[in-house]
Design a protein around this ligand. Structure first.
Ligand code: GLA
Ligand code: ZN
Length: 710
């Protein structure tokens, strides 16, 4: 029997032997499924035949092909057209659309439509509706309004996915699947209904076995919460008092599991019915995603995400080019980390003004090309632009695609066409390369979730700490992997852990081994406060890592109105910093003091310490430093272990490198609207212009260069 893996491995050879051109995916999957690399780039656009008169499909397919695209994604929101009434399926229209696209050489990624069930379904089965964190049943009429546990919703989602899979398994041109659409964004991924409550109780039975174990791990003696039957266990809905932190953290884990297992049901049927096709799903990346994507993508072929810098422009206070660029790079790096650095795909890339009820600032000339290269620079192997045309109706009328409302070409159309052409000339080898990173940043979901449950300071969020630490490391241009604390750390010289509130024994052991064997570990304030059940440890802080850090937390204080500064010594010498939201006051045992507080009740006491442990060093950053100081401190610490970029880069410009064997591709990305210059270390060939550069390389506003050592 030919397994799927074997098929993918041999597909191109088989096609070649038969004298046929290998389908795009057969080529590209060969690498990805085996953890190496794609050999053909997936370049396409998200297309909505379900929202477009059939008379226009032919013209669309021709234009999509002329633009240089090789694929489209379709149908992820077309449930009501594919199953107009219960168990009456109609895929004829979609087959006609696929045939039309295929005629023009465009291959198709199909979306299963479970993110938006049709009105007949919610009318007949109102129980499938999500209950939000205020206990209110969410109304149909939007999307993602469903309960991930509900059996009826699961059965009906599986039915349509099964029928779709059967109908398209052998359809020429179909290459893969996107299951559902954006499982979670912020808190939307959480449901608190009675089915989730029962599902949670079942999940707890498996996780803990006995009620005694739960009562002890959660500490239910507090507020008279000792459970004597699993069915008594509630979900964290409003209860005139905060929930038990252990219960609330487990509920986050349960919701993550519920979404992942919902996906797995569809995945199993797609694997069985469509063994030739790839299967993935799209999400949005840190700091926004709130479910465990490692769990969700475990059995999928590759990671996909959606990239909208326009949203970052709208919602980041100040919206500076650096801040927006950094937020986007963090998203890419976190998604690349989900499958351990393997190339990922952008399933939706902004192609015009972003918007639902508001418009984002219009992308400036060059910015869409820049954002495209930014994704490639961070490890993308392919990318679909969102969307082909602009809807004249529905909640996303404001979301500009490549065609305007009147079907004229959008201001970005030619830029995208040009970009697609360029990307093809850069060649497959570049897409097979890996992102070069010299440091790792922990994105620890347990700490993230536990900090949402108990922020400690009203203004403190894990997302903003993660982003601030990422931005500070990113400003050194050394390349960052965003990973989980349990990952293999042996490939890094430096590892950073922002707001590491929850530390499990395994994580502590991993960090200890990393430092012992020569690594530099930088841990932020609130290190090791909690165990994995969200109980505060009974030892002095930082709990399990006290010996590694060589310091104890003498006291800790949230900061609201006090003006507290931080004064640095030798290694970190520089201007005093502001300490804003938090101060851990440190008492070194074996560590040396790198900075002290300048005011407040602990004026003169240690704020930052560094300890030699085994062959490595462990730095405790007790203070919440202002961004400029944080960047300076991180640069100094990295330099102390000889990590330094050899490029001299102005603010607002990003430098990333991908590498394959001896070959390197370095991307210079100017995120600012002004001319900039980067000083490069030696002669480089510009792969886009053919020129050779040495010394200062100029970049116009939003310009991109792809360089290779000459
Ligand atoms: C998300 C979704 C798309 C669309 C875009 C624009 O990424 O996946 O369906 O809604 O955002 O809002
Ligand atoms: Zn539910």
């Amino acid at each position: 029997m030919i397994t799927r893996r074997l098929f993918l491995a041999n597909a191109s050879a088989l096609f070649a032997a038969a004298g046929a051109r290998a389908p795009l995916w057969a080529l590209s999957a060969r690498g990805i499924s085996d953890s190496s690399v794609p050999s053909v780039m997936l370049l396409g656009v998200d297309y909505y035949p379900d929202q477009t008169p059939e008379t226009l499909w032919e013209e669309d397919a021709r234009m999509i092909a002329e633009t240089g695209f090789t694929n489209v994604r379709v149908a992820e929101f077309a449930w009501s057209l594919m199953e107009p009434s219960e168990a009456k399926f109609d895929f004829a229209w979609l087959h006609r659309a696929v045939v039309t696209l295929q005629k023009h050489g465009i291959q198709v990624i199909l979306g299963t439509p479970s993110a938006a069930p049709p009105p007949w379904l919610t009318a007949k089965y109102p129980d499938i509706l999500m209950v939000n964190d205020q206990g209110m049943t969410v109304s149909p009429g939007g999307r993602r309004f469903t309960c991930p546990t509900n059996k009826v919703y699961r059965r009906l989602s599986l039915d349509i996915a099964t029928e779709m899979a059967r109908s398209f398994a052998d359809t020429p041109g179909v290459i893969g699947w996107q299951i559902d659409n954006e499982f979670t964004l912020q808190r939307w991924g959480r449901c608190y209904c009675k089915f989730c409550r029962a599902g949670f109780q079942d999940w707890l039975r498996i996780k803990y076995g006995t009620l005694d174990e739960i009562n002890s791990k959660w500490g239910t003696a507090f507020w008279s919460q000792v459970y004597t039957d699993f069915t008594q266990i509630p979900v964290p809905l409003p209860s005139n008092g905060d929930p038990n932190p252990g219960l609330a953290l487990d509920y986050d884990r349960y919701q993550s599991y519920a979404n992942a297992s919902f996906l797995e049901e569809q995945l199993a049927i797609l694997r069985k019915t469509c063994p030739k096709h790839f299967v993935t799903t799209n999400n949005v990346g840190a700091p926004l995603d709130t479910i465990d994507l490692h769990e969700m993508y475990k059995n999928l072929d590759f990671v996909c995400h959606d990239n909208y810098p326009g949203f970052a422009q709208m919602f980041i206070p100040g919206g500076s080019p650096d801040a927006v660029a950094t937020m986007i790079s963090l998203g890419h790096d976190s998604m690349r980390g989900v499958k351990d650095g393997k190339p990922f795909m952008i399933m939706e890339e902004q192609s015009g003004k972003a918007g639902q009820s508001f418009f984002s600032p219009p992308p400036r000339k060059g910015q869409i090309r820049l954002w495209t290269y930014q994704a490639i620079a961070h490890g993308a192997m392919g990318l679909n632009y969102f969307r082909w045309d602009t809807a004249n109706f529905g909640a996303e009328e404001y979301w500009h695609g490549m065609l305007n409302h009147d079907r004229s070409k959008s201001p970005s159309f030619d830029e995208i066409q040009q970009t697609v052409k360029e990307l093809k000339t850069l060649g497959q080898e570049m897409l097979q390369s890996s992102y070069v990173s010299n440091a790792a940043l922990f994105f620890d979901l347990n700490s993230a979730w536990a900090t949402v449950i108990q922020p400690g300071n009203t203004k403190l969020t894990f997302a903003s700490q993660l982003t601030a630490w990422y931005a500070s490391i990113a400003s050194t241009h050394i390349g960052i992997d965003v990973i989980q604390p349990e990952s293999d750390l042996s490939r890094y010289k430096a590892v950073f852990a922002p707001l590491p509130y929850v530390v499990s024994p395994q994580e502590a052991a991993n960090i200890r081994k990393f430092v012992q064997t020569g690594g530099l570990f930088v841990g932020g304030f609130r290190l090791g406060v909690k165990d994995e059940n969200s109980q505060i440890v009974r030892t002095p802080l930082p709990g399990l890592l006290r010996d590694v850090m060589g310091a104890t937390v003498k006291d800790y204080m949230p900061i609201y109105t006090e003006k507290i500064g931080v004064n640095f010594s030798s290694l970190l010498a520089g201007p005093d910093a502001d300490c804003s939201l938090w101060a851990d006051i440190l008492q070194p045992s074996s560590a040396s003091v790198l900075a002290t507080y300048t005011a407040g009740p602990y004026s003169g006491e240690p704020a930052i310490t560094m300890n030699s442990f085994g062959h490595g060093k462990a730095v405790y950053l007790g203070a919440d430093l202002d961004p400029a100081s944080l960047a300076r401190v991180f640069a100094a610490l990295l330099e102390s272990v000889t990590i330094k970029s050899s490029f001299d880069v102005p603010r607002g410009v990003e430098v990333c490198t991908r590498k394959s064997g001896p070959k390197e591709w370095t991307f210079l990305l100017n995120h600012t609207g002004a001319t900039q210059a980067v000083t490069v270390p030696g002669p480089f060939k510009d792969l886009l212009t053919g020129a050779t550069h040495t010394g200062k390389v100029g970049l116009d506003a939003y310009e991109v260069r792809v360089l290779q050592p000459a």
